[in-house]
Design a protein around this ligand. Sequence first.
Ligand SMILES: Nc1ncnc2c1ncn2[C@@H]1O[C@H](COP(=O)(O)OP(=O)(O)OP(=O)(O)O)[C@@H](O)[C@H]1O
Length: 211
Amino acid sequence: MTQRQVFPPLTLVATGLVCGRGGIGLTAALSFSVGPGQCLLLRGPNGSGKTTLLLTLANTVAPLAGAFALEGQDPDAGPQLHHCGHRNAIKPRLSVLENLDFWRAVNGATGIATRAALDEVGLGPLADLDAGYLSAGQSRRLALARLLVSHRSLWLLDEPTAALDLDGHALLTRLIDRHLDMGGLAIAATHDPITLPDPARMETLVLGARP
Ligand SMILES: Nc1ncnc2c1ncn2[C@@H]1O[C@H](COP(=O)(O)OP(=O)(O)OP(=O)(O)O)[C@@H](O)[C@H]1O
């Protein structure tokens, strides 16, 4: 249950959505909805279209058929989604803090302060290190920190646990759960288990093997 509706109450509705690459369909016609305080887990074998579905919902790849909409959106409210893709989009010559400041400037300073976000993901002590020196898991934590400084209703997360240690998994669970508490919504493609304290908040969509 949503504890306090900080984000606008949006619902992502997909109807007969077929996603693909290069004109080749990867998914069946998908119909689903994700409302405030809900998380949809995307599962399925390699190549089944999880990343492609996320890219489609991020308006990066055009759907082959069907449609989706973020219902309840105020057209004047600016971007409502943040896509956390496979790559961490880190600039190696900038410090960890400068990387996050950059993204906060690009996305709009609507979330929490950059130092607070770094503390939250455990990177506070590394704020002044060149980001190119971060380990794989630390780089992933920096990508997660971008979610916190950006304050977007809809999180699209592609393999968010990649390279994270057990503490990182717990961190991710905590971040998603708090986001849902605030009435946000999340869609996460993952091969790892993600378990929220309230399982009723989470649904799973399994994509099939590629024909
Ligand atoms: N331009 C293209 N033309 C044809 N097929 C493509 C093109 N670009 C990507 N593909 C194929 O589309 C599929 C992409 O799958 P996608 O990355 O969405 O799957 P996934 O479920 O996220 O996989 P994984 O679990 O491995 O991350 C792959 O099989 C890839 O080879």
